[in-house]
Write a protein that binds this ligand. Structure first.
Ligand code: FAD
Length: 458
């Protein structure tokens, strides 16, 4: 049995890597981790956390619009971007410090440089040029924004840079129709940027429930965001201080900044995984089994690099299951069933389980319950925005298959609903639960009328 420098070497100190390293060390393993940018990874440094902070910042715009109806007035209210950006950075530095301290306290050796694979058990650190051997390797390198290869693409930014504008642009065109595109559209619109979304498909948020997609498009449009679908930029060009975005149909759109939110790809380029014999999928993902094990017996991968569900709690759950499997003698597959997700758009989306469309494809008969109404807060505010709550129910078993919310606090609601859904709650269980009044969520337990498709849509 050869001697190794470490029992476990983790490449990437993001959500999955840090949790895997700490827990393995707690279970008694000698662990090292390498990070080429900042410990904390995408979620903490340039993903979920700063995004949510910006989302809170832009929500004050709604408060300012809504407060007059509640009797409040205020003069000389102004927004200062640099204060927000710098305070966000201070908070990110604090969290980065917490992550560093936690790693140190658990006895993990940290290398703050890029790591690549040299052979199945050897890692090279690219700055110091050290080589290190490990019995087990955990690949947790996450993903990276994908930018389409069009002329002038270097004039555009991605979400990475959108967190660090020197000054906010007057106008921005966001290319893409996924959750990062709509979240940044809501944030920047709320902070006063003239915002448009260009998406090549027919409707934003592919994969989400159609009612939610339509409801969000309507609400974003009412807020002044231009949602331009079937629009495919083919070239970017400098136009003085501005950028000219040429579209597939020959039209040109002038703007001050272009942000690509055109998806993310597993971060496996030049990682040397071929030297270790690890099989990658066509998109560069590490192909793993239910225990996060690659085709090489002692090499595992968790988080976004495996392209299962690219979400922070999922990366963490996969890392914990890896530790249970390898270091606690408890083989633990990861359950990717009923994962609740939120989109912090304006208004917010929370969703768990199947969309109506998905359920219709996989079930013989389904019932739909939905309620669209003006949230109470919007009444005195004079805001017309509609809230949507929707349940997708299996007509045979009465099981709730999908639950969707568009409106304030959708994320908070759906986290709790996900528990009931995982437990197999039926519509009758929802109906038997006492309403909490006055709340928006009470609609979930008071919807009695099945929705029937209007003749015009049949
Ligand atoms: P990461 O957190 O990306 O960590 C990978 C780390 O590896 C990085 O720090 C990277 O620098 C490092 N690395 C890469 N290659 C090497 C190498 N060769 N050597 C050393 N280090 C290396 N998820 C949610 O659940 N909720 C949200 O609201 C949410 N919002 C998001 C918003 C944005 C704008 C983005 C981009 C992502 C968001 N996500 C959200 C997704 C979430 O950030 C990821 O799912 C999560 O960070 C994945 O964790 P991970 O450990 O797989 O990778």
């Amino acid at each position: 049995m050869p001697d190794f420098d470490f029992d476990l070497f983790v490449i990437g100190a993001g959500s999955g890597g840090v949790r895997g390293a700490r827990m393995a060390a707690q279970a008694g393993a000698k662990v090292a981790i390498a990070e080429e940018y900042r410990v904390g990874g995408t979620c903490v440094i340039r993903g979920c956390v700063p995004k949510k902070l910006f989302s809170y910042a832009s929500a004050f715009h709604d408060d300012l619009e809504d407060m007059a109806g509640y009797g409040w007035s205020a003069d000389n209210i102004a927004f200062d971007w640099t204060t927000l950006r710098d305070n966000k950075n201070t908070e990110i530095d604090r969290l980065n410090g917490v992550y560093l301290r936690n790693l140190k306290a658990s006895g993990v050796t940290l290398y703050e440089e890029r790591a690549v694979m040299v052979d199945p058990h050897t890692i090279r650190l690219t700055n110091s040029d050290q080589t290190i051997s490990a019995k087990t390797i955990l690949i947790a390198v996450g993903g990276w924004p994908f930018v389409p290869d069009i002329p002038g693409s270097e004039l555009g930014i991605t979400s990475n840079e959108a967190f660090e504008f020197d000054a906010l642009p007057k106008a921005i065109s966001i290319i893409g129709g996924g959750y990062i595109a709509v979240e940044f559209a809501g944030i920047l619109n709320g902070l006063g940027v003239d915002t448009s979304i260009h998406y090549r498909g027919p409707k934003i948020l592919r994969g989400f429930d159609e009612d939610v997609r339509d409801g969000l498009t309507e609400a974003m449009t009412a807020r002044g965001i231009k949602v331009i679908t079937q629009s495919d930029p083919v070239k970017l060009e400098r136009a003085g201080e501005r950028i000219a975005m040429h579209l597939h149909d020959g039209a040109t759109h002038q703007t001050d900044a272009v942000m690509f939110a055109t998806g993310r790809k597993p971060n496996t380029a030049n990682l040397g995984l071929e030297n270790a014999g690890v099989i990658l999928g066509p998109d560069g993902r590490v192909v793993v089994d239910e225990y996060s094990r690659s085709n090489v017996e002692h090499i595992y991968a968790v988080g976004d690099v495996t392209e299962r569900e690219p979400l922070t709690p999922v990366a963490i759950a996969e890392a914990l299951a890896f530790v249970d499997t390898v270091y606690r003698n408890t083989p633990t597959p990861v359950d990717h069933h009923m994962i609740p997700t939120a989109v912090f758009s304006k208004p917010e989306i929370g969703t768990v389980g199947m969309s109506e469309e998905h359920a219709r494809e996989s079930h013989a008969a389904i019932d739909i319950y939905k309620s669209r109404f003006r949230a109470m807060r919007n009444t005195l505010a004079g805001r017309d925005e509609q809230m949507l709550l929707k349940l997708v129910v299996d007509a045979e078993s009465d099981r709730v298959l999908g639950c969707h919310v568009l409106g304030p606090d959708a994320a908070e609601m759906i986290q709790m609903t996900a528990i009931a859904m995982r437990m197999g709650a039926t519509k009758a269980d929802f109906d038997a639960t006492m309403a909490l009044h006055p709340s928006a969520a009470e609609e979930f337990v008071t919807m009695r009328e099945k929705w029937t498709r209007p003749e015009s849509q049949a």
